[in-house]
Design a protein around this ligand. Structure first.
Ligand code: APR
Length: 232
């Protein structure tokens, strides 16, 4: 194996499942009892802002009540100790990577604990409700929305992600079903630039055959084992 220096890690809902946060693609096709298009699209927000704000109020409460698990802690240790480049790109809106101590984290689908003012575009750390249209602390407009990338919107910081993927020697995907693009395409992107690719998941994802190697099991076990191996 050639020496690795630059690592890109993609995480999804599976890494936070053992912290008590539900994954998206449940058997019944519903997300916390809602159809995705009723709560996670700009159209839904225009149609029924109260429903959407209430939905994300609940997500915010769940995130605040959850604790990082050994998989988040292992990645935080890797971030602290890895001397080369490292980027944790997460699709998750929780802050469990950060609370475990990781710093090189990018939230491509936004953050539950952030509110975005659609009038002045300021972003604010937010832990309470967004119902009843509170004023933006920066401009005073009642125009705050969850700082979440909804279906049909552009994920954040794609340029930075693609540039990290192009330099990666190792790409690792953890706890994601591979159902949502562009994240599902990162494995091919990294491989096309010569990176080795590894999948760590409870079950084979949709794009499993695109990885050089797949290891199956709960994130709280297989992620710490992999980090131990990498740090030697
Ligand atoms: N350990 C490891 N993997 C797990 C665990 C676990 N304990 N529990 C579940 N998984 C795996 C599942 O097998 C599944 O493959 O995690 C994956 C979760 O898949 P999804 O629910 O589809 O979540 P994700 O891939 O993050 O979804 C992507 O879709 O709805 C949108 O924007 C939302 O960011 C989200 C995106």
């Amino acid at each position: 194996m050639t020496a690795i220096r630059n690592i890109v890690i993609l995480t999804g809902a599976g890494i936070s499942a053992e912290s008590g946060l539900r994954t998206f693609r449940a058997e019944d096709g519903l997300w916390e009892d809602h159809r995705v298009e009723d709560v996670a699209t700009p159209q839904a927000f225009r149609r029924d802002p109260e429903l959407v704000q209430r939905f994300y109020d609940l997500r915010r409460e769940n995130v605040l009540a959850a604790q990082p698990n050994p998989a988040h802690q292992a990645l935080a240790r890797l971030d602290r100790e890895w001397p080369g480049e490292l980027l944790i790109v997460t699709q998750n809106i929780d802050d469990l990577h950060e609370r475990a101590g990781a710093q090189r984290v990018l939230h491509m689908h936004g953050e539950a604990l952030s509110a975005w003012c659609t009038a002045c575009h300021a972003r604010h750390h937010w832990t309470s409700t967004l119902l009843d249209s509170p004023p933006c602390p920066a401009c005073g407009a009642a125009a705050l929305r969850p700082d979440i990338v909804w279906f049909g919107e552009m994920p954040y910081e794609m340029e930075r992600i693609f540039s990290a993927l192009a330099r990666a020697d190792l790409f690792v995907s953890i706890g994601t079903s591979g159902a949502v693009y562009p994240a599902a395409g990162f494995v091919q992107q990294a491989a096309s630039h010569g990176a080795r690719t590894l999948e760590l998941n409870l079950e084979r994802s949709l794009g499993s055959s695109m990885f050089d190697e797949t290891r199956l099991g709960p994130a709280s076990e297989i992620v710490p084992a992999w980090v131990e191996e990498v740090l030697g």
